[in-house]
Ligand binder design. Sequence first.
Ligand SMILES: Nc1ncnc2c1ncn2[C@@H]1O[C@H](COP(=O)(O)OP(=O)(O)OP(=O)(O)O)[C@@H](O)[C@H]1O
Ligand SMILES: O=P(O)(O)OC[C@H]1O[C@H](OP(=O)(O)OP(=O)(O)O)[C@H](O)[C@@H]1O
Length: 302
Amino acid sequence: MNIGSLDGRLLFAIPKKGRLHEKCLSILAGSDILFRRHHRLDVCLVLNHPIALVFLPAADIPSFVGKGNVDLGITGHDVILEAKMQDHVTEVLRLGFGKCALQVQVPESGSIQTIDDLAGKRVVTSFEVLAGQYFDEIDARLGLSGDQKTRIEYVGGSVEAACALGLADGIVDLVESGDTMRAAGLHAIGTVLNSEAVLIKSTVPKHTHLTPLIDLITSRVAGVIAAGKYVICQYNIPRVQLPAATAITPGRRAPTISPLEEEAWVAISSMVEKGAIATIMDKLVSIGAEDIMIFNLDNCRV
Ligand SMILES: Nc1ncnc2c1ncn2[C@@H]1O[C@H](COP(=O)(O)OP(=O)(O)OP(=O)(O)O)[C@@H](O)[C@H]1O
Ligand SMILES: O=P(O)(O)OC[C@H]1O[C@H](OP(=O)(O)OP(=O)(O)O)[C@H](O)[C@@H]1O
């Protein structure tokens, strides 16, 4: 592939490895963005759209999109703020995966047990901007200045080992399940930020002719995300219970209500959030619903 073949194409940045990579590949598949990635190549052409995918480290994607070198990208909300790109990129969609929290952590059994105890000491992190901003506020509140201020030191990885190695009194790192933190004998004493994966575009796009394609891809990605979040709930209910049933399954706009051959009954079909389905079914049973069925969505537009 020569670089000339990228001319006029929408450049779409995807995390090349790490926690967000696999989910991004399934979003591309669900959006019918077809590509063949050649071994070791980080740029590849999409077969069925004027798009090229650029596989980059998640932390580099905000700058590429913010500076307009790349038109669209998927990355974490956390790394947008860490790269100070929040004024240069627009978060078009929250994607509901890659959920984690950037937390201040200290050894479970140590003398430091609060943020105020940790202020003025050594903190190791890969998020030096966010950790710096967080502790600047704490230091200011406690009146710490000059040499008394919290020392933030950058490391590129294995942050959780820093306390055990004697490099730090506390760390600032991402937590999802908490397994990594607990395995390192640490616990959280403060939250700097909550994060999830987001679809981003340049706030001031360089290639305005690509706006319709950006909107099309955004709508497809939104459909894939919604299909993962919702299921279809279908059931029969006595007609007299319609108001109660509609309140339990209101749908996104309104439930679909169909007559049955039996005059006193109706069938209802409604989109409901996957996470709430057990409770919703309990409630439907309690008002006399029968034949309740749940269907997964392959894809949708909302
Ligand atoms: N444990 C986690 N659970 C959920 N999301 C996470 C987790 N760790 C990181 N993330 C999200 O994924 C983004 C990329 O983090 P990750 O550690 O996967 O990247 P990486 O450093 O490029 O990959 P690798 O860790 O393989 O070197 C983070 O900025 C954050 O938004
Ligand atoms: O709370 P948990 O579910 O344990 O997740 C937290 C861990 O996940 C991330 O690292 P990752 O495993 O992606 O590897 P990395 O250290 O190479 O970034 C993050 O840096 C934490 O170390």
